[in-house]
Write a protein of this length. Structure first.
Length: 189
């Protein structure tokens, strides 16, 4: 189960979350700055206990039903990006609205509150992660990747990729081919 904590602003806040979850014997990892994945099921009583303790440190847990909705939004986006191709409908607001039967403005605000990023930024990061997969595992050229992932051009994709990773598309591909070659050499040794 994921917990979404609002107002984690520094290491002290993060440590307070860790301490409270450890007190209850939970195993967990921070997925990002405001999202904590707890490996065990959390009872309503435990959820309220964590919520009350975090409030003392000026942090707030997002309610369970809202957390579930945030999860659904994230999962739908990931699924849509994973299976995106040239003919895919990329009107994410409309699709989220239809699938979840909720107003996009509400979903957008809730998602930003819970994930600490906008839906648009989350989509962009998921698309870039998918681009990395396509470069590593598929034999597509950059033009086909740009078209498949709905970038306006290879130049547009390249600019966003470099801004995100610090690497050009070609350099990223080259590094991964070298890594694969070295892995194969070690395996054959």
């Amino acid at each position: 189960m994921n917990l979404y904590v609002k107002y984690i602003v520094n290491k002290r806040c993060k440590d307070a979350v860790k301490n409270e979850l450890r007190k209850l014997g939970f195993h967990f990892i921070f997925v990002d700055f405001s999202t904590v994945e707890v490996m065990e099921d959390i009872t309503d009583e435990q959820f309220e206990q964590v919520r009350a303790e975090l409030l003392k440190s000026d942090m707030e847990l997002i309610e369970r039903d809202k957390a579930a909705l945030i999860e659904k939004v994230g999962n739908l986006i990931c699924e849509k990006v994973r299976f995106m191709d040239e003919s895919s409908d990329t009107d994410f607001p409309d699709q989220l609205n239809k699938k979840l039967n909720k107003d996009y403005a509400y979903l957008s605000g809730l998602f930003s509150e819970g994930r600490g990023t906008t839906i648009e930024n989350f989509i962009a990061s998921q698309k870039l992660e998918r681009v990395k997969e396509l470069i590593i595992y598929d034999d597509l050229n950059f033009e086909n990747i740009a078209r498949k992932m709905h970038y306006r051009s290879v130049a547009n994709l390249s600019g966003r990729f470099k801004e995100s990773t610090g690497l050009t598309l070609a350099h990223f591909r080259k590094l991964n081919r070298e890594r694969q070659f070295l892995t194969e050499e070690v395996r054959d040794y």
